[in-house]
Write a protein that binds this ligand. Structure first.
Ligand SMILES: *[C@@H]1O[C@H](CO)[C@@H](O)[C@H](O)[C@H]1NC(C)=O
Length: 407
């Protein structure tokens, strides 16, 4: 009993290694090395050098953007400055340059006829049926004289009602306005901070430089006309209908290089491509009002329908730095993947090569159980789980891990 369990322990403390068959064939040899070379060059070239798999990445970029627009426009005999045409005024990353205004002055609360021809009527009954809510106010259900020639439905609301289908000029000077962008970023994982005002930009540059993707790629002052042009749009038509332009600042940094190598890259695109193509709702506009009070306390307002170009400054980026864990994981993956080549070579060797049967015979050695151990009942040979326990000494090489297929 004692000797039996000793054998058991001795059998446990063993090491198994795979017995290999060396095939001296040019065809399969060349295929084998070529496949291995392919896998190795894929890992070195693409995974390690191009995708930088030896680095740990921080994709959670923290960023702040401050914007400032400068320039003067001339709109309906008024000189417009920043406070007139930029909204909101706080210098946020999303702001609108108003390029066209439809102004309705001196509106007061009251009753008045609709301005739109859609509300034309001949009798009160036409104004009683529910109409769409787009109008100057709530319909009272009466048909009143708009002017000497035609009648429209009466509304209750801010009067006189807005007339927004008029043709108004566009403030084209906005093309020459300049936009100053101040952007600070941080990669929290590496505690890395930087801004788009690079150290080699002098106060003099800031005064006169204008961004250009090739000549001045780091100048933080951008001409609005240039931005729209880089986004592939026509400034005049964009200013007329309104639209949204994205200014993207990318920070893709390899922090294994020095601090100076982490630089921003600017790109531009039109973000509201749906309104560019749509016939139903084209462009971008919004309404706002300024409220006043008369001496006698009556409130009145100036309603403005503004068309403008909205600029969205979008900051994206990621940073990578060498780290031992991804390096190890990817090295192991690379070495393991080299073994994938043997699967392909085995398939070719055992099925398609000349003399495949001989190779098969060499690879899968046939051992008859009767020859090996004539005393053991035949059913227990390939079921080593049955032989565990009391008959441990019979455990020989049935668990070698090699799967023979076919034979
Ligand atoms: C913008 O500035 C240029 C050069 O100063 C000038 O020639 C051009 O007329 C200006 N554009 C508009 C729309 O005012």
């Amino acid at each position: 009993m004692l000797s039996s369990s000793m054998t058991c322990v001795a059998n446990f403390f063993t090491y198994e290694t795979t017995k290999s068959v060396v095939v001296k064939s040019w065809t399969i040899g060349v295929i084998n090395r070529a496949v291995q070379l392919l896998i190795i060059s894929y890992f070195i070239g693409w995974v390690f050098l191009h995708e930088k798999a030896y680095q740990i990445r921080d994709t959670s970029i923290e960023s702040s953007v401050v914007t400032k627009v400068k320039g003067f426009g001339n709109y309906s005999n008024r000189i417009m400055d920043t406070a007139d045409y930029v909204t909101p005024p706080q210098g946020t990353s999303v702001f609108v340059i108003i390029t066209k205004l439809i102004v309705t002055e001196n509106q007061v609360q009251g009753f008045c006829p609709e301005n739109n021809l859609r509300y034309q009527c001949t009798s009160d009954s036409e104004c009683k049926k529910p109409v769409s809510i787009t109008g100057g106010g709530i319909l009272t259900g009466q048909c009143v004289n708009f002017n000497a020639t035609f009648r429209t439905c009466q509304i209750q609301g801010w009067c006189p009602a807005e007339m927004d289908n008029v043709d108004v000029p566009v403030m084209l000077e906005a093309e020459n306005f300049t936009l100053f962008i101040k952007n600070s970023i941080r990669f929290p994982l590496f505690d890395f901070e930087k801004g788009n005002l690079l150290p080699n930009i002098t106060a003099e540059d800031i005064q006169k430089c204008h961004f250009h993707p090739l000549k001045q790629p780091f100048c933080p002052i951008l001409r609005l006309g240039d931005i729209v042009k880089f986004a592939g749009q026509n400034f005049t038509s964009l200013a007329r209908t309104g639209g949204i332009i994205g200014i993207k600042i990318g920070w893709v940094c390899d922090l294994d290089h020095s601090w100076e190598h982490c630089i921003p890259s600017y790109s531009f695109s039109r973000l509201d491509s749906v309104s560019e193509k749509s016939k139903v709702s084209s462009g971008y506009n919004f309404r706002y009002a300024k409220y006043y009070k008369q001496e006698n306390g009556t409130e009145f307002r100036t309603l403005m329908k503004a068309y403008g170009i909205r600029f969205d400054v979008l900051v994206y980026g990621n940073a990578g730095k060498f780290n031992i864990i991804p390096t190890l994981i990817n090295c192991v993956a690379a070495f393991t993947s080299v073994g994938v080549g043997t699967v392909l070579c085995d398939i070719i060797l055992l099925n398609f090569l000349k003399g495949a049967d001989q190779y098969k015979a060499k690879k899968f050695e046939e051992v008859s159980e009767m020859v090996l151990r004539p005393n053991v009942p035949s059913s227990s040979m390939f079921r080593s789980d049955q032989t565990l326990g009391g008959r441990c000494e019979e455990k020989q090489s049935t668990d070698s891990g090699a799967y023979s297929i076919g034979l």
